[in-house]
Design a protein around this ligand. Structure first.
Ligand code: ATP
Ligand code: MG
Length: 466
């Protein structure tokens, strides 16, 4: 115990193990008047973290996507800090600090304020890896990745020049090792180093290229773009959980429609998610389905850009809805009853996706809940609406139903009725229930409806099912 303690104390100096000579060159120092980063866009907590580390004698910077977004004048969604302190050293400086990860440890420093807690991710400068040795698979893909390095090395192992800038809030200076600021001005996305080699190391970088191009509106530099056509197939080797995370980031980027078009242009969508093949490869015959997906994505982008939350389950439920409708309709045509036909279609729709990339369980159950709620919006009789409104995922189901109304798949009057029903007091709700009866003349009681062999709502709506 004591020896461990003494060892820890002796390790107070930054533990810097280099795997190769630091030949990464000196950074360009960009003063405030040149980078024009507005300090108001900074997270106070991120600044606290860099100050605390600096006061303890370490180097510390805001880094990566946050600096890119700050330089673009966008408020970053999260802040990463890079330092020459080791994870242990970082952890000792903060009360709420947790070591994360085994392969490469980072520290999550958590701050509890008014809204959600904010996590600042602090990582120690990482070393460049040599090409030989056991770090790299035959294809060039990096397998292990756990050696600390200098700031220059840390910069060189990042992906794009605009993602490799370091901002010191104390001096308001940006350190730029790879011409990131010049590329920002040229609106260019450029891979650091030899692009083909970097894609081989980590094929996910190809997806990141598409995502950042969509987000920033920048052009991919031609040397960065060209190898993608040939190397896209390397994405097949990437573990499906990682691929799923990256696709999720792409869909939740606030620029999902542009990003999906970018995937198509780069020829990267095949095999990623069968649903992407589906959306992108179809022609005019699937206009209804495409409209629905497009509207759903535009809606998601709007929500994200205005800082609202989006559930991944909801998003996947929308992307797969056209498929589900088709399967549902086919089952109904075979004579299956409405609800079993829907549930069977849900199983089929999800099973088809799993051959490409597993949609995680927690999203799957959200999707099923949202979908199975849909026929219930058409049952405006008896106690059904009162019960439906109380289900825990009602809001998601309702939002989903409104999308169906917006594309004309479902009668817009039904959407309006529910909007009124939610807002009404109990008397108003009873009146609305009565209005449905009047609307349909003689609305069947739930019991009668169940006895009917083919109730009207048993057939999924026609328009978007193609
Ligand atoms: P976002 O705004 O989407 O979070 P980001 O640039 O912060 O964008 P992250 O995935 O959060 O992206 O990664 C943080 C930083 O880590 C990146 O800016 C980049 O410098 C580096 N990085 C992340 N993934 C990779 C990768 N696959 N290869 C090289 N560097 C990477
Ligand atoms: Mg980030």
């Amino acid at each position: 115990m004591i020896t461990k303690f003494i060892k820890r104390i002796l390790r107070r100096d930054p533990m810097v193990k280099h795997t190769q000579a630091n030949n990464t060159g000196a950074p360009k120092r960009i003063p405030k008047k040149a980078h024009r980063i507005d300090p108001h866009l900074l997270s106070k907590n991120a600044v606290k973290v860099t100050h605390t580390l600096q006061q303890a004698g370490y180097e510390a910077f805001i880094v990566g996507g946050a600096v890119r977004d700050l330089a673009l004048g966008i408020s970053p969604k999260d802040f990463d800090v890079a330092t020459n302190a080791t994870p242990d050293q970082v952890q000792r400086l903060f009360r709420k600090a947790r070591l994360i990860g085994r392969r490469f440890q980072i520290v999550h420093v958590t701050f509890f304020g008014k809204g959600h807690p904010e996590i600042i991710e602090v990582s120690t400068f990482r070393a460049l890896l040599d090409n030989a040795g056991d770090h790299v698979a035959e294809s060039g893909r990096i397998l292990r990745d756990n050696v600390w390095g200098s700031q220059g090395e840390d910069a060189a192992r990042r992906d794009f020049t605009i993602n490799a800038m370091y901002y010191d809030p104390s001096s308001e200076t940006v350190l730029d090792y790879h011409g990131g600021m010049a590329d920002m001005q040229k609106k260019t996305l450029r891979m650091i180093g030899d692009p083909a080699k970097r894609y081989r190391e980590d094929p996910v970088r190809m997806l990141r290229a598409v995502r950042f191009a969509a987000k920033t509106g920048f052009e991919l530099d031609s040397a960065t773009r060209t190898p993608i056509a040939k190397l896209g197939k390397l994405l097949n080797d990437v573990p499906s959980a990682r691929l799923f995370d990256e696709i999720l980031k792409l869909l939740m980027s606030g620029y999902s429609w542009a990003a999906i078009q970018g995937l198509k242009d780069a020829g990267l969508h095949h095999g990623l998610l069968p649903l992407l093949d589906h959306i992108l490869d179809k022609g005019e015959d699937s206009k209804g389905a495409n409209d629905f997906v497009k509207l759903a994505l535009a809606n998601t982008d709007d929500r994200i850009q205005s800082g609202k939350s989006v559930s991944a389950g909801f998003l996947f439920a929308t992307l797969l809805w056209p498929d589900l409708l088709k399967n549902w309709k086919a089952n109904s045509a075979k004579g299956m009853a409405n609800i079993p036909a829907l549930h069977d279609a849900m199983d089929d729709t999800i099973a088809t996706q799993s051959s490409g990339m597993t949609i995680q369980r927690r999203f799957e159950s959200d999707m099923r809940e949202i979908w199975s709620m849909q026929p219930r919006f058409e049952r405006r009789v008896g106690r059904y609406p009162y019960r439906l409104i109380e289900s825990p995922r009602f809001r998601a189901g309702y939002d989903f139903m409104l999308l169906r109304c917006a594309t004309g798949e479902l009668n817009a009057a039904i959407g309006q009725w529910w909007t009124d029903f939610i807002a009404a007091d109990p008397t108003g709700q009873d009146e609305l229930m009565a209005s449905v009866k009047n609307e349909s003349g003689n609305s069947p009681s739930p019991a009668k409806r169940r006895r009917r062999r083919k109730p009207k709502s048993a057939v999924p709506p026609e328009s978007a099912a193609s």
